[in-house]
Design a protein around this ligand. Sequence first.
Ligand SMILES: [Zn+2]
Ligand SMILES: [Zn+2]
Ligand SMILES: [Zn+2]
Length: 109
Amino acid sequence: MTEIKCAFCKGKGKDPFDLLSEFATCQVCAGRGKVKIEEPVIKCVYCKGTGVYPHNGRVTCTVCNGKGSVTVKGPSEVCFKCKGAGVAIDSGFPCIECGGKGVKFKKAR
Ligand SMILES: [Zn+2]
Ligand SMILES: [Zn+2]
Ligand SMILES: [Zn+2]
């Protein structure tokens, strides 16, 4: 496990959108400004590392849960379906093949 700066609140620990009140704490890091994540991590391609869901700029990214980074274990390869973008071309939702990570676990052939 490693600790990274919370992408959703940019490490401030406050709700970036003031949904509840301007003193509301960030729901992703519970106000700590940092989040724990399992290594190895890559930047979340779906939200471009911002932690914000691209289609509704006030909620957390469903791929990385607002952390801005995702865990990719083992040998991985670029997803053939979204070509590494993490986005399904037809819907704009996270790619089903890779879960929005842009890479997927490489299967032994
Ligand atoms: Zn946060
Ligand atoms: Zn994300
Ligand atoms: Zn994909």
